[in-house]
Write a protein that binds this ligand. Sequence first.
Ligand SMILES: C[S@@+](CC[C@H](N)C(=O)[O-])C[C@H]1O[C@@H](n2cnc3c(N)ncnc32)[C@H](O)[C@@H]1O
Length: 267
Amino acid sequence: MSLDSQLDLLISSVQASSKYRTLSPDVVRTIGAQELKKRRQLKEAIKATKNKLHQIAGAYQTGKIEYAGWLQALQQTGDDPGALQTVCREIMAHHASTRERLVILDEFYHTLFAGLPPITSILDLACGLNPLAIPWMPLPAGVTYAACDIYQDQVDFLQQCFVVFGVEGAAQPCDLLQACPTQAADVVLLLKTIPCLEQVDKTIGRKLLDTLNAPILCVSFPAQSLGGRHKGMTVNYEQHFRELVADKPWQIERFDFATELVFRVLK
Ligand SMILES: C[S@@+](CC[C@H](N)C(=O)[O-])C[C@H]1O[C@@H](n2cnc3c(N)ncnc32)[C@H](O)[C@@H]1O
């Protein structure tokens, strides 16, 4: 069987599993092709592809994902900002990355966006459920918010969330491994994503930092592993990040939050 036919079979087999059904076929193709090259045995390549997809995406989703119910709960908060924040927090707890951020949420965006020129557009890459943090972001009216990740049902849900928040937003599936977005924005959020994508492509961090079309990048790294706090993790991530930007004339500020290390890059 040709490699192309094997890849088609691999993609349909992975997508037949309910866990991966709503994943962008592009990302399944990228990882499947890589695993097929390494293994050739279709069955093993399917297993390895699922494992990798779990590592880079599935492992972050926790508890029951109920987009329709979540949307309804958001809509029912009406004009009550406190109730809206409560529901957003509950939803964000279903993605490990935003769940870790809940304890620093009150200070996170106020700190990161302080002292910047007025923000008119944000690009949130590999966003997970982070757009649910919009109610904590000090943003002027009229801001546009573009977000992307690899799950079609997740981005459909986020698109509806923008309506609830009254924000002009666009959420769509993307595969950052295939193409670096070149869309212009005032601020790009690349939160806790470089280590995740580097599990598939070691050069992705550098490519993204080089290509992203924004004067300000907020690039972050987790201060804990999925299993809990990990001593020395931030030291290693900082060293890695500094290597990625070593030859750049960019101005870099460092923010050490309890659960996340952020670098604000002024390109
Ligand atoms: C560590 S989480 C970070 C989520 C979010 N940025 C945050 O900090 O709350 C990594 C995210 O990358 C997404 N992802 C994995 N592979 C991707 C790819 N090839 N293209 C775009 N997003 C991807 C996952 O679905 C997951 O939501």
